[in-house]
Design a binder for this molecule. Structure first.
Ligand code: PLP
Length: 403
């Protein structure tokens, strides 16, 4: 018995694998300072939990429509109107088990063998493997720090071929936090108008976790002529600390939305009725939780970025959004650890941090960008302070190799 090629050609998610490694070390009694976590350390807001309990008591415990309850799709449409001034009809919204599932289904629905999907790097770890799992070809476009880790119009134009099916745009991005401005989206839109066969999947899962004003633009708002080709994906996981509830959505491109619904009707029938009721409360209810948590993230971002940037051999700039720092560790290459091991890659450095100081981070190559590592600051001030002390100590213990 063999496994299907679509499974053997992909890797398990590196962030899930890192979390598993941390769990194993902890169960062996090792005290790990874990900076790999990609989810808020806050609890789901109380009114959201109450809405779920009420849904259970009311008996909302049955299958819902495949594309989500009308209440939830109305709440999603209201959010898109509030945030971007968009008017998205309810039949152009698909609700699924997390943004991750919606993105996967969008690719399953549209990608045939050999179709290309443009993925700007640094990228969220899952995009290339999702493309591969769906028989597509990821076309990774390097977007260096000098360009704010963002795709330029020229780089997009150069990457498009007759086989291009999608451009994936993640803003604010994981792992860098880079956010596209209105003007930057405008110049990408100009290129896209010249290539009507290319669809755009905008992953906006961190759209409410932003630190700079004026960076919440979305492509359809900037260029309404692209509306039928853009699928906005988002969800409640990060904004409302609801990662375990598994609710995400796709809005826009009508043919893709219809195809996602068709697939979902054969895969899961619908997302959880109870989680959908909770998501309505999150989107329609008071938004103080979002403001309060973003204020906390902002303080952690500023403090941690300053401490890390002050460490010789490392550098980082505070991100515009999200809750990650993408730290340049290329300065450690060509150094040796106290036990004589050479540091030549970001993976070597991440391994050294784990072994020498028990600090768990994710190396940049997992995001398609060697020379970096990712820190999540969705964790307490104490953990962050302890982590920075340990990382500084690890760097101070390195010695340069003779040239
Ligand atoms: N998109 C990005 C960029 C993410 O970082 C994540 C989670 O880490 C997701 C999507 C998945 O979100 P969800 O929990 O809604 O599946």
């Amino acid at each position: 018995m063999t496994l299907a090629q679509r499974v053997t050609r992909i890797q398990p998610s590196p962030s899930t694998a890192a979390a598993q490694r941390v769990r194993e070390l902890r169960s062996d009694g090792v005290r790990i300072v874990d900076l790999t976590v990609g989810e808020p350390d806050f609890d789901t807001p109380e009114h959201v939990k109450t809405a779920a309990v009420e849904a259970i008591r009311r008996g909302d415990t049955k299958y819902t429509p495949v594309n989500g309850t009308p209440e939830l799709r109305r709440a999603i449409a209201a959010k898109l109107a509030r945030r971007h001034g968009l008017d998205v009809p309810l039949d152009r919204i698909a609700v699924g088990g997390g943004a991750k599932q919606v993105i996967f289904l969008a690719l399953t629905a549209t990608v045939d063998r050999g179709d290309e999907v443009i993925v700007p790097a640094p990228y969220w770890v899952s995009y290339p493997d999702m493309v591969l799992a769906n028989d597509g070809t990821p076309v990774v476009v390097a977007c260096p720090a000098e360009r704010g880790f963002k795709l330029t119009a020229d780089a997009l134009r150069a990457a498009i071929t007759p086989r291009t099916g999608w451009l994936v745009l993640n803003t604010p991005g994981n792992p860098t936090g880079a956010s596209y401005t209105h003007a930057e989206l405008g110049s990408l839109a100009e290129v896209l108008l010249d290539h009507p066969h290319v669809r755009v999947l905008t992953d906006e899962i961190y759209d409410e976790i932003r630190y700079e004003p004026g960076t919440a633009a979305t492509l359809t708002q900037v260029e309404p002529r692209l509306a039928d080709r853009v699928l906005i994906t988002n969800g409640v996981s990060k904004t409302y600390a609801m990662t375990g509830w598994r609710i995400g959505y796709g809005a826009g491109a009508p043919d893709v939305v219809a195809a996602i619904n068709k697939l979902q009707s054969q895969i899961s029938s619908c997302p959880s009725s109870i989680s959908q009721a909770a998501a309505v409360a999150a989107l329609d209810g008071p938004q103080d939780f979002v403001e309060e948590t973003v204020a906390v993230y902002r303080t952690r971002r500023d403090r941690t970025a300053k401490l890390i940037d002050a460490v010789p051999l490392l550098s980082c700039t505070p991100p515009d959004g999200g809750f990650y720092l993408f730290v340049d560790c290329a300065g450690t290459f060509g150094h040796r650890t106290p036990d004589g091991t050479a540091i030549r890659t970001d993976a070597d450095f991440a391994r050294y941090l784990l072994e020498a100081e028990q600090v768990a981070v994710i190396h940049g190559e997992a995001y398609g960008s060697p020379g970096y590592f990712r820190i999540s600051f969705a964790t307490s001030d104490e953990v962050l302070a302890e982590a920075c002390t340990r990382i500084a100590r690890a760097c101070a213990a390195l010695t340069q190799e003779p040239s």
